[in-house]
Design a protein around this ligand. Sequence first.
Ligand code: HEM
Length: 413
Amino acid sequence: MSTSADLHDPQQELIDGFSIFAPPPGFYESPYPYYRALREREPVHENADGSYYLTRYEDVRRVYRTKSMTSDKTEMFTKKYGPGPLLEQHTTSMLFSDPPYHTRIRNLLRHAFTPRALAQLEHRVVDLVDNLIERCREQGGMDLVLDFAFPLPVEVICSMLGIDTSERERLQEWSRLILTPLEPTATPEMVAEGNQAVTEFSAFLRDLLAEKRVNMARGVRAGDILEDLINSQDSEDDPLTEDELVQNCILLLNGGHETTTNLVGNGMKAMFDSPDQLRALQQDPSLIGSAIEEMLRFDSPLQIGNRGIAEPFEVGGITLTTGTQVLTSIGGANHDPEAFDNPDVFDIARTPNKHLAFAAGIHACIGAPLARMEGTIAIGKLVAAFPEIERTGPVSRGGRARFRGLTSMPVSV
Ligand code: HEM
């Protein structure tokens, strides 16, 4: 005879009625038990809208590497946002496009991430981090997210594009408003705010481009990447149009700052939660490279990707038909025991570490070398400067499933 105790199945309870579009209470705090239950019970989980949510490493990797997958979201975004600036932004950005358009834009934006371009930015990152650390030292502590992880990446991208860093707060707000409607739980208000933000951000960039052109015509050069991109409009066979340039600069600004903030915030939280790992890095700074990779894996800054099925695709014994949308769980894949030993253990010496935090395939993050550089300098310098650094209060969370990050984490030094 079965008893209620026999029927109690905690794994199943986590996924009964699970929807990534309306995650259960507790999901934002820790999504990993849900990912685990999904991986074990329903690795190809059908969502209420007919899309699928994949949580196994190999399945997610295969989706990213399959050439026939489409990133073009014109149909989906037209339904979700209707016509307007937000639709134009997300359909002109290379992130949501396929070859040949994607290849053309990506090749042009590569200018921003050459070793030469990154080397030029490195001293800027070092200066910024040193200043933030000095301010923290004077105050005896800080909010590690608000005062450290948040200002750094946006100032770096401002430097990269030659934007005055006094504009930082406006850019961060526009960026937040443009990215929020990508969340599975977007509301009409979020879409309206996103439309307004794209309008304002585009106008700002158009003015900036006009100003740079005037200066360049006068022979006044600042040496930033925006000037290279303007120059490429004259020299390439198939140059970026003004709209493509503006929309893809918005993508660079949006893609590069919140994710990097989340790397630093989530990474340091993981260290505070495993103090032995924090001490290990302080004792052996040469571990910083593998530590950053482990932070990217353990609590990935971006947790969900999307692809469309353009040719029938078999996964987990199910054939997904053309037109089906797939959501990839980067967080689920990066905790899959089939790919990582003891995946729920934070181990800064973990090698190899083939995480999917930057995705894979043709859309793999173009900014990954910059993100790694920023993370290495920021976290390496922070833990070296403050041997006694510790968390002094509870963290606050953004409450978003795709962009996983903290909004506050007080520390003393
Ligand atoms: C830790 C920090 C970062 C993480 C975790 C991250 C993650 C990702 C992921 C997962 C993708 C693939 C999205 C998809 O196709 O579904 C992506 C693409 C992209 N990322 Fe990042 N990113 C980071 C930092 C940056 C930075 C610093 C920049 C630029 C300044 C940047 C710019 C981009 C762009 C432009 C794409 C689109 C690439 C394409 O479509 O070919 N990212 N990123």
